[in-house]
Ligand binder design. Structure first.
Ligand code: GTP
Ligand code: MG
Length: 180
């Protein structure tokens, strides 16, 4: 078999949006209701086969808490891929995601592949289209898609809890990464 292409990938986003949970789902197909906040960053690897190629993701899962913000450039500096995560029930996390995308475009590698991910889809999937009561969803699919279109990003709404679209994020990124 052909050797795996190593791809350095960084996850960025506000605290508690589910970065580590997305990685846990992708790497171990598992979910924890009360996952502890990441301290500094965590490193994990996972292989992913796309067609006849194998990609070995080298994943830096950063800490979203503000006190770790200054560490982020170390992790995105030579990343080939980034996943910018927000929580579709938390508008502030979408604003933070915009800032991360801007910072990546200014500071990261010019040819970085970025995926924008609105997580916690399970919290809204059973809501009726036009609810009378207050909806848990605070960021619409269209707002996410519009930001992604403006900035040239892949876009997915995911649930680390149910697995919805989680593999698709990593397959989508892999399809955009050129063979080296
Ligand atoms: P930091 O490491 O502090 O930056 O947070 P994080 O972005 O890594 O978030 P984490 O994965 O630790 O998840 C925070 C909380 O949200 C945990 O209690 C998770 O169980 C929960 N969570 C994560 N993803 C989902 C999801 O898709 N749906 C639901 N309902 N809860 C989720
Ligand atoms: Mg974490």
């Amino acid at each position: 078999p052909a050797p795996a292409t190593a791809v350095k990938l960084v996850l960025l986003g506000e605290a508690a949006v589910g970065k580590s949970s997305l990685v846990l789902r992708f790497v171990s197909n598992d979910f924890q209701e009360n996952k502890e906040p990441t301290i500094g960053a965590a490193f994990l690897t996972q292989k992913c086969t796309i067609g006849d190629r194998t990609i070995k993701y080298e994943i830096w899962d950063t800490a979203g808490q503000e006190r770790f913000a200054s560490l982020a450039p170390m992790y995105y500096r030579n990343a080939q891929a980034a996943v910018v995560v927000y929580d579709i029930t938390k508008p502030a996390s979408f604003i933070k995601a915009r800032h991360w995308v801007k910072e990546l475009h200014e500071q990261a590698s010019k040819d970085i592949t970025i995926a924008l991910v609105g997580n916690k889809y399970d919290l809204v999937e059973d809501e009726p289209e036009s609810a009378d009561g207050e909806s848990l969803r605070k960021v619409s699919f269209e707002e996410g898609q519009a930001l992604a279109d403006e900035e040239g990003l892949l876009f997915f709404e995911t649930s680390a809890k149910t697995s919805h679209n989680v593999n698709e994020v990593f397959i989508g990124i892999g399809e955009k990464i050129p063979d080296t």
